[in-house]
Design a protein around this ligand. Structure first.
Ligand SMILES: Nc1ncnc2c1ncn2[C@@H]1O[C@H](COP(=O)(O)OP(=O)(O)OP(=O)(O)O)[C@@H](O)[C@H]1O
Ligand SMILES: [Mg+2]
Length: 419
């Protein structure tokens, strides 16, 4: 069998987990990653000098590496900007949704109107393109309310407002002060939902859709769900709160209509579709869609996938997902994120990381790391390392992950003790 070389676009823990899982496939040859990080560099050739949104740089790289069989586009920005379209138009095989399909994540106004049109349950909402209209509207609503910038805003464009004055501040910050630039040209103001959150990622080839095991992220920076929202401080899969008997209904009322609706819109979704759900008793609503693997959910989901990830990506691209064999370990995977002190606000980087012999079966997925000139492992981002363990149940996975967290240290290292 000729081995297939793969290029992965992105450079965080999600991309490390994807690279690690791809690498196990029998047919996978050499891995490349743009830009990558120090952990990914242990299993892939990385190009830290090319950005994930540098389409010309990526095209040139592919022209110089004709051996590459497929490019996997993992992060939101290049997907929203149409990297998959550009690669495909240039004759390269690419995994991920087109820009027309990724709009499900890149425009909250689009996704809310889409859900309304197709009867998919979500929080009640209004959309606005003029601040005066939004300011007028909030005078007559009940609080709390949620104000959301339409576009991508690094997970910071969602503001939960307890009072009218909070909401006025949010509208002004997003629309008048343009805190998120163009992403805030339009906003969504929606009802505040109560309940617990579950993430369901699904493989989707435009017609067939196969959900992965459920997972649970921990967005807030501090123990007990306190502090600022972050990109995610840890995750486990499957989610313990999630009542699996809800799944057939979620499939019927949410997942299947989303996929059919996107096809009807002439925007067939091929890739990984992420459903952020709010569940209250047996009431399930969609909080948001993402058009990609979640980070850190991916670090806790992919270690439970049996079999060959490249085969699944291939079948998605070819519209043959119905033929894929997708099976999961009956285990729990838990990932604890080690972050730079101060994150998600200001933090320092370039701190040497001491890693004292993690257990053999621990997975260390790198988020923000790089090598110094002397080869030393250094911090290079807000989120630094994901310490990930698989075990028979949640308690065992948690104990194993935290035992290994204790062997890693860097100056001002911060992590949650309650994942
Ligand atoms: N209507 C709502 N009611 C209650 N909480 C909400 C609501 N909308 C959003 N949230 C909270 O805000 C978080 C972020 O919202 P959302 O997922 O829409 O934003 P995002 O910026 O796209 O996030 P991500 O970075 O996960 O893609 C949610 O995970 C949830 O905790
Ligand atoms: Mg989102």
């Amino acid at each position: 069998m000729t081995k297939k070389d793969i290029l992965i676009i992105g450079g965080g823990g999600r991309e490390h987990a994807i690279a690690w899982k791809l690498k196990q496939g029998e047919s996978v040859g050499k891995l490349y990653c743009i830009p990558g990080n120090a952990g990914i560099a242990e299993i892939a050739e990385c190009r830290p000098d090319i950005r994930a949104t540098d389409f010309d740089g990526i095209l040139n790289f592919l022209r110089e590496h004709r051996n590459i069989y497929m490019t996997v586009v993992a992060p939101d920005d290049p997907l929203a900007l149409g990297l998959v379209n550009v690669l495909t138009e240039n004759g390269f095989r690419a995994f991920g949704p087109t820009k027309e399909a990724a709009i499900l994540e890149s425009s909250k106004v689009f996704s809310k109107n889409f859900m309304k049109k197709y009867g998919i349950p979500t929080a009640e909402f209004e959309t606005f393109s003029a601040p005066a209209d939004a300011l007028n509207y909030i005078k007559a609503v009940k609080f709390p309310r949620v104000v959301k910038a339409d576009g991508l805003a690094l997970g910071k464009g969602v503001l939960i407002c307890e009072t009218l004055s909070d909401a006025e501040g949010a509208v002004r910050g997003i629309m008048a002060d343009r805190r998120f630039g163009k992403a805030g040209d339009n906003i969504v103001i929606e009802e505040f939902l109560r309940g617990y959150e579950v993430s369901i990622l699904a493989f989707c080839d435009g017609a067939t859709v196969v959900p992965m095991v459920s997972s649970q992220d921990h967005k807030r920076a501090l123990d007990g769900d306190k502090g600022d929202n972050t990109g995610g401080m840890g995750a486990f899969a499957p989610s313990v709160k999630f009542d699996k008997t809800l799944l057939p209904r979620i499939m019927r009322d949410i997942i299947a209509p989303t996929v059919r609706g996107m096809d009807k819109e002439g925007r067939p979704f091929k890739g990984v579709l992420y459903f952020g759900l709010m569940i209250d008793g047996d009431d399930v609503k969609v909080l948001e869609y993402n058009a990609r693997f979640g980070d850190p959910e991916t670090q806790s989901v992919l270690p439970l996938l049996r079999g060959d990830l490249l085969d699944i990506f291939d079948k998605i691209i070819d519209g043959k997902l119905a033929d894929a064999k997708i099976e999961w370990e009956d285990k729990t995977c838990l990932c604890v994120m080690l972050a730079s002190g101060g994150y998600p606000k200001d933090y320092e980087t370039g701190k040497p990381i001491a890693v004292g012999g993690p257990d053999n079966d621990i997975l260390l997925f790198h988020s923000g790391t790089r090598r110094g000139v002397d080869g030393a492992l250094l911090t290079a981002g807000g989120r630094v390392l994901g310490v990930t363990a698989v075990a028979d149940n949640l308690n065992a996975a948690r104990a194993k992950a935290y035992a290994n967290v204790g062997r890693i240290s860097f100056d001002k290292m911060h992590y949650r003790k309650d994942i």
